[in-house]
Design a protein around this ligand. Sequence first.
Ligand code: ATP
Length: 399
Amino acid sequence: MNQLLIDSRGVSTSLRFNEASFFIEPTQLDGHNSSCCAGIYADREVKCTEVPLRNVIYAKVTSGVIEVQYLVRKGKESSLNLATTAGAVQNEDSTRVKKWCEALLLAAYQGANPSKNLKVLVNPYGGKGKARASYVSKVEPIFLAAGCTLDVTYTTHGGHAIEIAREMKLGYDALVVVSGDGLIHEVLNGIDQHEHRDQAFCIPIAPIPTGSGNGMSLNLLGLQDGLDVCAAALNVLKGQPLKTDLFSFTQGNLRRISFMSQTIGITADIDIDTEHLRWMGDTRFVIGYIRAVIARKSCPIELSMKVVEQDKSRMMDVLHARRAGESPSPSSVPSLHSADKKPDSPSSSHEEWTRFKRPILWMYAGKGPFVSRDLMQFPVSLADDGLIDISIQEIVSTL
Ligand SMILES: Nc1ncnc2c1ncn2[C@@H]1O[C@H](COP(=O)(O)OP(=O)(O)OP(=O)(O)O)[C@@H](O)[C@H]1O
């Protein structure tokens, strides 16, 4: 039977797991186990804690004391926190207890190694400036509990992450970026200059959301968990690598890699004009947007694009088919273009380009869906569809 009895702070407690969950359940002191997941123990309520196996971080036994660490929520809507159940094992031989811990870990990690080799970058300047505190108090304890090897660098200046990623050793299981999207942008551009660029691009990048927008984390983990640093740390340990498109863009002679969005007009100004409002978190973008819309600053652009789809309902059909697994993701990813290869231009290509030349308030191009919690800018975007989604706000008369 897959159950262990421990003495946890004077209370006899049963630990067991099945293929979905790990259960911690106080039992009767006389050793008679309650058979369900809630009951009456003495004159107080006995509660069984059910933890999804995905949230189990580690289990070990040392000198007859077992310790299981896992992430739990205090309430349905609250964020995850690291918790520990520990106690002396009752009437069990040590070999069986060791095997029980191994079996729990095997189920919780589905055979993967919990103890990962991680390169961690922390940007103390991002968002509200709380990255260092969040990392030390919440994220690092989770990695250490899982037995990870950590190589941590706190960035000291803008551009620092480019330098680190450019020189980075290969062989990390993941590159953990404790910041917002700006630092991820730097990391990708550093990797783009790496001596072994293709291999370096294969190291998964895992965001821990401590910036302002945190679009990448929201897109990976969803609205409930996208801003939860513990959920993001869990993703580092348990997530599966996901391939995503990158864009290359050139401004003057400078070529850069972009992963989320490029924008022109007031949406670009918002980011820059609200730098002094960092203390507000992502609310700074809402304030900036309202101010800019009232000012209605016109932006002249000329845009040439190869249009794949303009019909919104057909875009939704494609999205639903992918989500339902009816249409497969692209089986092979095109190889990376070298930095000196210029994309074809409207004048050099025979393919059909659509030209747009009217005054606008903003043009937003990229992948999503979210660029921040309040802005689902690219609702039908898929990570690997090979497309850049473009939305344009023309200036319309209010008369
Ligand atoms: N120690 C530092 N001091 C000043 N700036 C830094 C430092 N370390 C990194 N930076 C810069 O901070 C910029 C913003 O970082 P980050 O993306 O983490 O936060 P954010 O802009 O608040 O979040 P988001 O991009 O999600 O809106 C980065 O592009 C980087 O150039």
